[in-house]
Structures are given as C-alpha cells and as structure tokens.
Design a protein around this ligand. Sequence first.
Ligand SMILES: *[C@@H]1O[C@H](CO)[C@@H](O)[C@H](O)[C@H]1NC(C)=O
Ligand SMILES: *[C@@H]1O[C@H](CO)[C@@H](O)[C@H](O)[C@H]1NC(C)=O
Ligand SMILES: *[C@@H]1O[C@H](CO)[C@@H](O)[C@H](O)[C@H]1NC(C)=O
Ligand SMILES: *[C@@H]1O[C@H](CO)[C@@H](O)[C@H](O)[C@H]1NC(C)=O
Ligand SMILES: *[C@@H]1O[C@H](CO)[C@@H](O)[C@H](O)[C@H]1NC(C)=O
Ligand SMILES: *[C@@H]1O[C@H](CO)[C@@H](O)[C@H](O)[C@H]1NC(C)=O
Ligand SMILES: [Zn+2]
Length: 936
Amino acid sequence: MGRVYYVSKNVGLGMLVLATIALATIIALSIAYDKERAKNRGKPENEATDSTSMPTPLTTPSTPKEPWDHYRLPDSLVPVSYNVTLWPRLRPNADGMYLFTGYSAVIFSCVKETDLIIIHSNKLNLTNFYGHHAKLSGLGDATAPTIQKTWLVVKTHYLVLQLRSALAVGASYVLHTEFQGELADDLEGFYRSEYTEDGVKKVVATSQMQATYARKTFPCFDEPAMKAVFTVTIIHDQGTVALSNGREIDSVIDGMPLRVTTFEPTERMSTYLLAFIVSDFVNIQSTQNSNLLIRIWARRKAIEDRQGDYALNVTGPILQFYEHYYNATYPLSKSDQIALPDFNAGAMENWGLVTYRETALLYDPIMSSTGNKERITTVIAHELAHMWFGNLVTLQWWNDLWLNEGFASYVEYLGADYAEPTWNIKDQIILYDVHKVFAVDALASSHPLSRREEEVNTPAQISEMFNTISYSKGAAVLRMLSEFLTEPVFAKGLSSYLNTFAFGNTVYTDLWDHLQQAVKNTPGMHIPHTVHNIMNRWTLQMGFPVVTIDTRTGSITQKHFLLDPDSESVLPNPGNAHIQMRVSGEDWVLANTNVSGYFRVNYDLDNWDRLLSLLNTNHQALSIINRAQIIDDAFNLARAKIINTTLALRTSKYLAKERDYIPWESALRNLDYYILMFDRTEVYGALQLYLKKQIQPLFEYFKTITANWTKVPTGHTDRYNQINAIGIACSMGVDGCRELIKSWYRQWMESPHHNPIHPNLKTTVYCSAIAFGGVEEWDFAWRMFKNATLASEAVRLRSAMACTKVPWLLNRYLEYTLDPTKIRKQDATSTIQYIARNVVGMPLAWNFVRARWSYIFQHYGRGSFSFSNLVNGITKRFSTDFELQELKKFKEDNLHVGFGSATLALEQAIEKTTANIKWVTENKAHVLKWFTEEST
Ligand SMILES: *[C@@H]1O[C@H](CO)[C@@H](O)[C@H](O)[C@H]1NC(C)=O
Ligand SMILES: *[C@@H]1O[C@H](CO)[C@@H](O)[C@H](O)[C@H]1NC(C)=O
Ligand SMILES: *[C@@H]1O[C@H](CO)[C@@H](O)[C@H](O)[C@H]1NC(C)=O
Ligand SMILES: *[C@@H]1O[C@H](CO)[C@@H](O)[C@H](O)[C@H]1NC(C)=O
Ligand SMILES: *[C@@H]1O[C@H](CO)[C@@H](O)[C@H](O)[C@H]1NC(C)=O
Ligand SMILES: *[C@@H]1O[C@H](CO)[C@@H](O)[C@H](O)[C@H]1NC(C)=O
Ligand SMILES: [Zn+2]
C-alpha cells in the first residue's frame, strides 16, 4: 500500500500507463510550508501542543477585566444534565405577541473554585425568586452558598450570579430558572413559522440553535464543549405533536386543552444540536434498519401527496452506509427528519431531529426535477453524516468548523452515491466544491481554513466561519487526504477517532493523530511526512498552488496561484522536483488524475498541444473529470495570464464530440465570462456562430436519444446536459430549437391545466419561450406565476419572465418588483438580478436601481445578504471605462444614503470592472480573430 498513482503518463502509442509518481510527492511539495513565516503570522504549527507558546492574539487589543465581559465562558463550572420544560403558545396574546414560557433545572459541578455563576441567557425574561433571577440549591451533601445578587449582561448574553461564598470544587449544584420568551418569526432559537393549508393559517413552533441561539430558548452553558444530558418536556395543545431530540416516551392529557409530552433523556450532547418542535404535521415511517425508528415529517398535504416517500426511501440506506463506513452504529434510538415552511439554512443536523427547508426534503414525483431530487439526496446525506461526525464527536470550538462542515461536505457524496449508485455523483464534487472554491481561494483576499481559537469569539465571528472556504475547501482537502491515504486507511483512522472521542470533544489535530495511527498500523504503508505536517500546508495557509510540469526537462515547479496576475503572493515559492516527467514524441503527461489534488496544473506548450490533440482525436482516453479539469485549468491559467487565452479557447474545440455533462458544464461556466464581456460587442456574433457549431451535435444527440423529445434521457447527468443542450442551442440559434420550445409553450398556453413540459426542462423552456415571444407569452407566465402553488414552480416562472427581450415588458417587470402585492418583498432584489442577467435588461435594471437607490435601500436593504448580490448581479458585465465612471459616480452620489450590506460589493464591483476593462483590452482582438476563424 501507500503508493498512490497520481500522474498518468502514456508511454507508447495508445497505451495508457500509470506513472509511478506518488501523490505524496506532489502534496508534500505543494505550497511548501514556511515555519518562520507562519510563526511571524502568529500561527503555531500545532494548536494542541504549542499552546503555551501562543502569542496574545492581535484581535483583542484590550482584554476585558470582568469575566462576564468575555465572550467565552470561564472554565470553573461544567454542566451535567438539564431538565427543560417548554410551553410555546401558538396563538397570540392580547398584545398580538406569540410567547413561550419555560422552566429549567441544570445540574452542574464545580471544577475550579469560584463565587460566580455565569451562564448564557439572551432575550429571555427571567422570573424572580426572592428578588433574584434564579434559585440555587446543592446536590447531595453540598450546601449552596446564598446569592448576593444576580444581573444580566446584554452584550455577552449572560445571566450572572454573584454568591456570598465560593462553590466547592468537586461538589454539584442545581440552578433553577423560570422564563418567558418571544416566539418570534425571526428563524433564530425557538421561533414561529406560519403556513396556510386549505385557506387556514397554521402556526408551527420550531427551532434553530446553531450557533448561538440555544441561549435564546433557555438559560444554558451555550458552548459546543459544554455537553450535557437533556431531559425535555413540552407542553402543547391537543391536536398537535411535540418533537425533540429524544424519542417521546409519554404524552398525557393535562387539563382539557393541553398535552404534556416527555422525551427520553438525550445522550451527552452540545446545546447547538437541540431541537424543539410543536406542529400539526404528520409522518410516514419505517423501521427497516432493525430497531431504528425512521420518520419523515411534513405538512399533512405534503405527506398525503407522498412528497416524503423519496426521503424515507433513501434515509435507511444512507444510515446503513455510514454505520459501515464509520464502523459505528447509529448512536440514537430514532431518526426524525422534518420539512419546515420557513427555514433559514438549507438544513440543520440537530441530533435525532434534523430540520430542512421543504425544497431540501420533499420530492414530488410529478412536479420535481432531477436537480431537485439530487439536492434532496445530497442534503440528507450531508446531515446524516453529521450524526456521528459533529454530533457524536464534536469539535471543541467554532474555529474548527471547517473540519466539521468540510467533512460532511465530502462524505455526503459517498452517502448519496450509496443511495443512488447510478448517478456517478462522486464526480460532481469537482463542479460543486473543487472548482467552485478554486474561484474564491484564488483571490488575494482569501484566508486559511484554520483559525486559532482566540480569533473566533463573538456570535458574528462565529457566523463568519460558515463560508465556502470552510465547506468546499474543507471537502476538497479531506477528499485529497482520503485518496492519498486510501479510503480503507482513512476510514480506519476515522473509526478509531469516533470511537475514542464518542460523546466528547476534539480539536482537528486529534483526527490527524488517529489517521497517523492508522497509517502506522497498516503493514507496508509509508508516507513521506506525518499527516500533521502534510495537512498543515493546506490548512494553515490560504490559496493553492499551480504545479508546472515541463515535459521537455522533466522538472516540476509550483507557485501560489492567484487569479489576478498583479496581486502579490504572500506565500513562499520553493520546491523544484525532478521526477521522470520527461516525455517525447506523441507521449503526453496528465497530472492530477481524478482531480484528487487541490491544485491546478500547467504544462509546457508541447504537452498542452499533445493533450489537445488527444482530446480532439480520442477524448474518451481521459476520464470525464480530467476533461473538465483540463478546460477549467486552462481557462483559469489564461485569466491569470499564465497561458495564452487562445490556448484556453482551444480546449473547447473538442466539445463538438463531447456528450458528457461535467466537461460541458465546466466549459459553459468558463465561456460565460466571455459571453458577459462580449455580448454587446462585435465579438458576440462570432462567438455565437462558434458555440452554435459546437452545441449542434449535442442538441441532435439528445433529440435522438429522447426519440424526438418524447422521452427523458435515462442517465442522471444526461438529464442535466439535455438542459444545457436546449438552453445553449436555443440562445445560439440552432435550427429547430426555438420552434420546438415555442410549440411546447404554445401547447401549455392552450391548455393551462395540462403542462406538457417536463419538470427538468421547465426553467430553460420557459425562459427561451419568453425570450423569443412577446406580450402574450409574458402575460401567460405572469398568470401562471400568480396561481402557482408549488414554491419551486413560482421561482422558475419568476426567473423566466426576466428573459424577455422586449424593453417595455422588462421595465414594467422592474416596476412590479417594488410592489409587494405583485412580487413578494423577499423576492424583489433577486428578480432585479434576473433582469440584469439579460443583456437587454441589464442597462434598464442599472438605470432603475440608480434612480431609486434611496427608496430601494430604505425598503429592501436592511441587513439582507441579497443586497450585495444585487450589486454583483447588475455590475457583472461592466467592462468599459464609461461604466466604471458611472459606477464611481453612483458611489459618490449616494454616499449620503449609504450602501449597507452592499458596501463591500460596491468596492469589489469597481475593482472587478477595472480588471474586466484590462482583460477586454488585452484579449478582444485575439478572441474575435479566434472565434471568427473557428466558426467557419
Ligand atoms: C429532573 O427530572 C427527573 C425526572 O422527572 C427528576 O427525577 C429529577 O429530580 C429532576 N432533576 C432536577 C435537577 O430537577
Ligand atoms: C420582557 O419584559 C419586557 C419589560 O417588561 C417586556 O417589554 C417584554 O415584552 C417582555 N418580553 C417577553 C417575551 O415577555
Ligand atoms: C420508494 O420506494 C418504493 C419501494 O421500493 C418505490 O416503489 C417508490 O417508487 C419509491 N418512491 C420514490 C419517490 O422514489
Ligand atoms: C470496527 O470496530 C471494532 C470494534 O469497535 C474493531 O474491533 C474493528 O477492528 C473495527 N474495524 C475496522 C475495519 O476498523
Ligand atoms: C496568443 O497566441 C497567438 C497565436 O499564437 C498570438 O498571436 C498572440 O499574440 C498571443 N496572445 C497573447 C495575449 O499573448
Ligand atoms: C423523429 O422525427 C423524424 C422526422 O420527423 C422521423 O423521421 C423519425 O422517425 C422520428 N424518430 C422517432 C424515434 O420518433
Ligand atoms: Zn453541515
């Protein structure tokens, strides 16, 4: 074991031989880790062992004096167990407020002498006990000190008790609180979600605790390492059901209208994984995995329409897969999953009661698309992966979030692949994580995966950890590590990590230690450095390398890859290696097979030529993801000015023969930049002719395999590529495409209750039909939009209406966006973005937004994430001096109004416009020439 073939190199004609280049060599060489530099940046190599030498963090210039001014709890008290009773009111009180009341008793033990009790509590009104906010008693022989005073600290979310004497080390106490909170519709903590069924408004009480909202539900030690056992009781109306992490053990009628449901005590767990739900939802269930109860919960109508069936079908197999993969049984006695009408995140891995957006759990066999189905499978696989990794074993603190999320984002592909083995879903990590995060991690403004514990304190700093780098780069480097160690060794280390730390907490280096142990216990396995050393290069430094292979000399060099050639690399660039990479004649070298490595690859021009001619003559000699990788690497190397733009464009020539989705998708994503830069210039005519020529065979291919568009392709990714084929063919003017979609749309207009368009194709067909139609097509879409009962159908229509090329229709639609009776407030900014995406709509949207900035800002701009997307969306095409001046003027003119959450986006827009102007100036003539030559 231990030798992983990482570079394939063909030797001799037609014979593909794997060269004996260990992956380790490249990984170890990539971004050589510079200890001195890292120390200067205050980042110790090993957080676990070097902690004594850690310098004081630069981020906290003045250390707060009082313990309750720190965002982190003191280490003097540890919780053991809680009894929590909650009573949410699903009807408003006389003041129109929705409330919940509750009671909690927490047993904690004292491990360091202290006369202070500091516990989290946020936005709760606490009942007084004899003038104090809480009551304290001793457990067993312990006598509780008397309380001198209690107070709340709003900034740090604490309830503080000052005692007259110290708590005894080793003794345990009980803290009792009674409280009242608001069951607001704020999607945080214990909150309220509303929906309408059969014309009746229904209210659901549900919860989202991650990361810092458990403290808004009941007073608790709200940090992930403060694990405890929770015994939960929920009081609720008859006719509703109460759910929580544990299995319900008793539900008795207590007085006429009320029911009291008690749950089995949880395992030892973190507060951020708690969940409490009261609803009138119903479930479907199975006990296919021996004794484990598996349930899917949703609105009655959704369950009756069998929208939960698919989720129930895949949950059992996915849990079985993880039990085998982790070599550990599912740690709980039941698995509930519930679809909520209002939910902020996509899903949340509460232990034993996972919450989802409806679109991430409910599958409608008639209305949902293949893409909807895939999302359901991968989201379920992601959340269930956390039941062990994250929930059973939990990272000590939020700075290590990348390991938790990166891990789940990697293994979700394994779990989904087990549930749907025909989908080839593991390959898609290239598109949805690796290439996606490459784009962000190639910017000079990127940051390392790992943060020091001291750098992450406030709730806002914790929220910032939930980003693309944590999820997707985390997934990419863990996948690399797993393939490098081989999956059996990776799984062995993982299993020993999970079994060792079950119900406890860890830091990320604990995983490295267990993987190292697994390597050691594998006979014959050698790796050139410790797991620890190898992974430091990827986790402590930002960015990734471009590895350059010169097949004339055999040399391999690497440097930090930055998209903007003018930005300064902050990383060292050492490490030349000479590993028989010399080839000649028709032999070629392709590095990073499987794209297991988190880096890009460049070659000498001769080898590029040989790879291109291989693509043109026999592209199937390379794997699907390697084809996608060659395209994505080439286009990005060209953007970074490492290779010539025409070389990148040449990677798209073989596409006329390509039938697979991943390479096509990769090329279209890259060509999209060319479309945006040139669709208002003479280059576009030539580009259109070229792409038309390239897409035509794909269009014909799908026409054939679907028997003149009467069937759905059987292959999972073929279904996606069919969407690309139709969308691109119609917009590039392939014969027959527009007529086809127009006739489908016509049929629908003629019988609105019978939509003949397959759900997979709806988004594309609606858009094309409206783009090539007039007011009649538009008005029909508007009527269908107003009548839509399925949220995803409404979204498809709302985006399609932005596709019209008729200016007055676009302007009227823009006006609709500011009328909440026409377009819901939450959808306004995304609708304007859809319009700006259209080349005709872009200037109209820009004028519209400029003219009404202060109105839009006041009514639509408060703290919303979508606001920066609005600025990004509108300015995406900006690539002329004139537009740059307009943008700067817009900034000056509206300084008094402000830009709120779009402030940074505006700065980035100015920066990107500047870069676009430069790129267009340098490349336009070559690109025009190339497309002209290639389109004939
Ligand atoms: C918690 O509830 C259990 C069962 O109702 C009870 O036996 C126990 O005394 C309670 N603990 C505290 C600290 O109130
Ligand atoms: C908490 O108390 C304040 C002050 O009395 C009151 O304004 C607020 O409505 C209360 N909140 C809840 C949820 O009871
Ligand atoms: C769920 O599984 C059953 C039994 O295999 C199957 O008949 C049904 O079509 C599946 N439902 C969905 C939505 O996949
Ligand atoms: C699985 O776990 C058991 C016990 O926990 C252990 O004996 C066994 O070696 C593990 N298997 C693997 C492949 O790690
Ligand atoms: C790219 O290559 C072409 C032809 O080989 C050459 O004419 C052109 O100057 C090069 N472009 C750039 C930007 O270097
Ligand atoms: C598709 O249509 C063409 C021309 O209209 C016809 O010749 C061909 O037989 C059709 N193919 C199928 C499978 O229906
Ligand atoms: Zn996750």
